[in-house]
Design a protein around this ligand. Sequence first.
Ligand SMILES: [Mn+2]
Length: 371
Amino acid sequence: MKIIHTADVHLDAKCVRHFPPKQAKERRDELLLTFLALIKTAAEQGVEAIIIAGDLFDGVKVSATARDAVLSAFKNNSEITFYYLCGNHDALNPAELFGEIPTNVKLFGNGFTSYELNGRDGEKVVITGAEAVGTDAAALASSLILDHTKCNIVVLHGQETAGSGAGEKEVIPIKSYRNRGIDYLALGHIHAPKAEKLDARGTYAYCGCLEGRGFDECGVHGYRLLNVHNGQITEEFVPFARRTMWELSVPVTGLSDSEEIIKKAREAGAEQGIKHEDMVKLVLCGEKDVDAETDTEYIGKTLSEDWHFVKVTDRTTVYTDYTKYRLDPTLRGEYVRSIEEAVSKGELTSEEAGKMIRLGVRILSGEEQLS
Ligand SMILES: [Mn+2]
């Protein structure tokens, strides 16, 4: 029997922190499309259950589009049982949100609730979960009672902790779940995938979010596929996101213009395996010579033909070679020398001086208009 573990889909998340409005809307649509694609894949592969370990929705504002699409997908895939445990972001009660709960959708409450899942191949699993929001984590852990002779999956949503969880909410004291008869602890809340041994018997795992919503969610995203055979669970992480977010650092030290930076960024992207459909935050770093021509807008626009979306962030420091201007008889030389003097007197920091020189030299060379 195959089971999918997903979580942190965050449907209807605004996505505006990292993207302009157009891309944010596109990303919102894609969160929904990928979740629906996951259900389609599950149906095609004969997956019998999908565990949603919290944060299916992002908050109180749920669009009619997302609500209706999710409800239809649940109803149209009656051969799959959905175990939907609400996380801290699922602000709305599912029964109120959907107006009905299809029979193939199982919900959890504040205390542990167990469901028996009988596979078409005769495998049996008990799926037990509790919505930890607002409950003392240590008390919740101690209230778990499982039949050790059965194959047990436990579902929780929260931040793992090495502590006892006493007096804490929305945390999961991992050690309190050891030697409790758990074969697989399906977790949600942390957005990067992770799996570790729980004890001699079981594994605990975060599946991570299904799609990155911004450049703070870089890296591979997908779901975990569980296979139950002879009462034993084996699992694997399956990459599934349609786009990967990347933060790509490009050192520009020694590069003299935008074209050279673009070339270097393309090389770095190819080295990392960035694909055409991916989204990239390009971070220019290192020391930029004050004479170097860098047009971040042009760089971003050019690379947007290589990758789906590119945001350029300039974190370079400016390097000024004052010796080049010592003998420059023009107004530009005069200007740079006056700034050098101000730096030596401590009236300007070298960073401020670099900015002034960069702008001043371009204006004096007629490249920039003083407007
Ligand atoms: Mn969460």
